[in-house]
Design a protein around this ligand. Structure first.
Ligand code: ASP
Ligand code: MG
Length: 440
């Protein structure tokens, strides 16, 4: 067994590196101006070694998903692919006026590889093909940023995350193999950080243990930043967003939403878990484990404080948040062969959900039913219902809202009607209601 922690123990290692992680997402990096803003932010950082995690530019991941869909259905994807290439070239052209600069060759080569993967791996299982193609979004964005940063005097190393983030084979939602990832990051990234002040790498992507490209689930780049932070014992991770930080409700909907300047890890995890889009839920655990601070800051206003997430303190204010998840489906399940629902039924139902890898957002039993609330995911739901119907009767309601209040005692938003609440649960802290209409 390897001792993966040889270099990481703060007490014994000669190579303890104080370092920072910054993460920029597609919401921030979408045009040449925003890249200039990222340059400004990175130039202003303190001088500690820094690893920058980047996701695909703007809506590139969606565009690639669409191109993959066309390719697999033998439809013409060339126009869409050309559009995507043009988008990347146009950004690059704003920085490099010399069309012979090597960056243009690199972009060209990556698009050739992408096209090869789209066309030639069509008979691969969908999820594996998805990872092999959609991952190009992050490769392209980091190659461009790497070159542009260099041009602006930010000397940096381009790191291929596929060499160090090692996962299982659950493609599109891969699970990190922590032992191997730790080992690879210690062996490959630590030495780089000793000699270089700045590393640029991709979020979202990795490699499965059997050698195929894998991805960590949509919006997974925050999680990538946390993985690097954990393995490198970073001091702080800063996630740059196009909003001022985390609010206690969606500020686009609620005028009186409050910016949360401090959250403890548990509260931040809860917000992500219950559906606040600001953070990928998996981001918190690797940071909490090593007590690494997480800052959510405004990309357009870097001097404002944003939200700091770290350990629990006695000063925590327990501000109540309200999270609305739209497009929820309620499935009410009852056995075909008996009036009442038994433990065996429950066990089988949960097994089926786990087999489909479907996350349950809320559940409740009564004497006759098991009620389950899940996100609307059309393809999976049809086959899930078929499977459940082998043994159970199912009733389905669509288009529901799941409203979650944290620290419910301090709740300030009153958005529930009293009627048409299908499930209402309160555990002394969290209140969750499934309803078909809300007051906005
Ligand atoms: N580019 C990926 C996505 O759009 C990952 C990320 O943005 O975090 O889902
Ligand atoms: Mg994104």
């Amino acid at each position: 067994m390897y001792n993966f922690f040889n270099f990481t123990s703060k007490k014994t290692s000669k190579f303890v590196i104080k370092m920072q992680i910054h993460k920029f997402g597609g919401g921030s990096l979408k045009n040449p101006q925003s890249i200039e803003q990222a340059i400004k932010i990175i130039k202003q950082r303190n001088n500690e070694p820094t690893l920058v995690v980047i996701s695909a530019f703007a809506k590139t991941t969606n565009a690639l998903e669409n191109i993959l869909y066309l390719a697999r259905n033998d439809q013409d994807y060339q126009d869409e692919l050309n559009k995507l290439k043009k988008f990347h070239l146009n950004i690059t052209l704003q920085f490099f006026n010399d069309k012979n600069a090597s960056i243009f060759d690199e972009i060209d080569q990556y698009f050739q590889q992408l096209e090869h993967a789209l066309y030639n791996y069509k008979d691969w299982e969908y999820d594996i093909h998805y990872d092999a193609t959609v991952s190009f979004g992050e490769i392209l964005s980091t190659i461009i940023i790497h070159n542009v940063f260099d041009l602006y005097g930010l000397a940096n190393i381009w790191l291929d995350a596929r060499e160090v983030i090692i996962t299982d084979t659950l493609h599109r939602d891969a699970i990190i193999n922590w032992d191997l990832t730790n080992k690879m990051i210690n062996e490959k990234v630590k030495p780089l950080l000793r000699d270089n002040n700045l590393i640029i790498t991709q979020g979202f992507i990795g490699r499965s243990i059997d050698g195929y490209i894998s991805t960590l689930g949509r919006e997974g780049s925050d999680f990538s930043a946390a993985i690097f932070a954990n393995c490198l014992n970073a001091e702080c991770v800063t996630i740059w967003k196009d909003v001022p930080g985390i609010f206690n409700a969606d500020p686009k909907i609620f005028d009186n939403a409050i910016l949360l300047t401090h959250l403890n890890y548990k509260e931040a995890f809860e917000l992500a878990y219950y559906g606040a889009k600001i953070l990928h839920p998996k981001t918190i655990q690797p940071l909490e484990e090593k007590k690494i601070k997480l800052l959510i800051k405004n990309f357009l206003d870097p001097d404002t404080k944003g939200t700091l997430i770290d350990d629990y303190t006695t000063k925590d204010k327990h501000i109540s948040s309200c999270i609305i998840k739209k497009n929820q489906v309620l499935i009410s399940i009852s056995p075909k062969d008996s009036l009442f629902i038994s433990e065996n039924d429950l066990s089988l139902i949960l097994f089926i959900f786990s087999d489909f890898n479907i996350k349950i957002n809320l559940m409740q039993t009564d004497a006759f039913h098991f009620h389950v609330c899940i996100d609307n995911n059309y393809f999976k739901i049809t086959s899930l219902i078929n499977r459940l119907n082998e043994k159970f009767n199912t009733e389905i309601k669509h288009n529901l809202f799941l409203v979650t209040f944290t620290h419910y005692k301090n709740a300030i938003f009153n958005i529930l009607h009293n009627e048409n609440i299908y499930i209402d649960q309160y555990n002394g802290n969290i209140r969750q209601c499934l309803t078909d209409s809300i007051i906005l």
